[in-house]
Design a binder for this molecule. Structure first.
Ligand SMILES: C[S@@+](CC[C@H](N)C(=O)[O-])C[C@H]1O[C@@H](n2cnc3c(N)ncnc32)[C@H](O)[C@@H]1O
Length: 441
């Protein structure tokens, strides 16, 4: 008889989710930790883990009230998973009793938490009895209210006194699934009917941007396999046109996409321009993704695996017309898509990453030909990785001038003044853009 498809037991999913949460607490990225989950459990665990990260501040505060002594790491992670999923009836994927029963079952059935199963049972039963009082008691803890680490909240509050609450709320919402149309293969008029045939709602945002009414597995997006579309947030789609539009030097242009993997912006550049594009990436495994993404889109960048901050090791001394530097950053602007990031980062990462960004920016500037452009961007909300970086760069490089640039693209933003102005925009990730031109001598 054929085996009937069965959903894995919830206690197994909770065990795997707690392992993923523990891995991120230990410094692994959520994506890598979820990829390591066995295939049968993976999609369920991803949904649970995302919800846990969006509620982990509250769960940790509840855990501190319930357990006078912090349990060992594996038990603590499982306890936090149960509390994060059960504390709010409106969001809970299962009723609180089921979650508690299954979490205790999960604890009993694995070596690393077995010894704490009775203790966890006592904590979680008390939680069920006193839920409202306990939740109310966590209400004065900012980490519980905003579900971000305290250092992050403090930093955002200081940098954006008028917007920090809106930004933190936006970071806990779900992001839309946004497509970029490959204008070499389709256009809005041809593509929207394909979505309709697939019974998907497409919201037409611009010539190349279509937002889906609901997220679906990427393989089921019409025309994805045929390279008609890519999945890319609307803020990330600002990069290629910003760099290319209005650049008047004779073609073909020589373009460097530094820090290129997985190649989202490389593909966009090649969709828009007939140019020589060199896609540079320091991580060899990630560099392979540039190639496969470009292949799907029918594009041919030259992929080079090397360190952008060390041009002596890869540059052929031919200047670039245009350089796109999408620098490594805290990714604080894309936490709604990667809710683990806020728990992975440490306060010290901001300055460390800003120093790396500065080093790469300084190393690449001499590679731009006079009259050429460099677009600096990060998917960060923090000033040190955006406006601060751009201001320091302008102060240190008198041959650089700032062209009209969006500055910080903030979800839910209001306008504030500055050398690089903040930008008022709607529902997209947080990004920063500064476009520099090298004065012709
Ligand atoms: C923000 S991601 C780039 C995203 C990419 N531009 C896109 O649109 O798909 C930053 C990338 O820079 C790479 N990277 C970090 N340091 C680098 C360096 N020194 N040289 C080259 N690449 C680097 C990282 O491995 C990562 O793939």
């Amino acid at each position: 008889m054929p085996e009937l498809h069965k959903t894995p037991a919830l206690w197994r999913q909770l065990q795997a989710t707690a392992r993923v949460v523990l891995a991120v607490r230990g410094g692994a990225s959520g994506t890598v930790a979820i990829d390591a989950v066995e295939a049968e459990l993976r999609s369920g665990v991803q949904a649970l883990a995302f919800q846990v990260w969006r509620n982990l501040g509250r769960a940790q505060a509840l855990c501190a009230l319930l357990a006078s002594k912090k349990p060992p790491p594996a038990a603590d992670a499982l306890l936090c998973v149960a509390l994060a999923l059960a504390w709010d009836d409106a969001q809970a994927p299962y009723d609180a009793f089921t979650l508690v029963n299954q979490a205790v079952e999960a604890a009993k059935r694995q070596q690393e938490t077995k010894a704490q199963a009775n203790f966890m049972n006592a904590c979680l039963r008390r939680f069920l009895r006193e839920k409202d009082t306990l939740v109310a008691a966590t209400q004065k803890d900012p980490e519980a209210v905003w579900n971000h680490p305290a250092w992050w909240i403090t930093r955002l509050k200081a940098e954006r006194p008028a917007q920090w609450m809106a930004l933190l709320s936006a970071a806990n919402r779900h992001a839309p699934m946004t497509l970029r149309l490959n204008r070499r293969r389709t256009c809005v008029d041809d593509y929207l009917p394909l979505l309709e045939q697939a019974q998907l709602r497409g919201i037409h945002r611009s010539a190349q941007i279509v937002e889906l009414g609901q997220a679906v597995p990427v393989q089921t997006v019409p025309g994805f396999a045929q390279g008609m579309v890519s999945v890319q947030d609307a803020a990330a789609q600002v990069a290629a046109p910003l760099l290319l539009d209005g650049y008047a030097a004779p073609q073909p242009w020589r373009i460097l996409d530094a820090c290129a993997a997985p190649g989202g912006k490389t593909g966009h550049l090649l969709e828009l321009a007939d140019a020589e594009v060199i896609a540079l990436e320091v991580d060899a495994r990630r560099a392979q993704r540039i190639q496969s993404n470009a292949q799907r889109l029918g594009l041919t960048p030259q992929v080079v695996t090397a360190d952008a901050s060390r041009p002596d090791s890869w540059w052929d001394a031919k200047p670039f017309d245009l350089v796109l530097l999408d620098a490594p950053c805290t990714a604080s602007g894309i936490v709604r898509r990667h809710p683990d990031i806020r728990w992975l980062r440490r306060a010290s990462d901001v300055d460390q990453l800003a120093a790396i960004q500065k080093r790469i920016l300084q190393a690449l500037w001499p590679l731009v030909r006079p009259g050429g452009r460099l677009l600096y961007c990060t998917c960060s909300l923090f000033v040190a990785e955006g406006q601060g970086q751009a201001q320091a760069f302008l102060a240190n490089n008198t041959d650089a001038q700032l062209l009209p640039s969006p500055g910080h693209l903030l979800p839910q933003s209001e306008v504030t003044a500055g050398v690089v102005p903040d930008n008022p925009l709607g529902d997209h990730d947080g990004f920063f853009y500064a476009l520099f031109e090298k004065r012709a001598v």
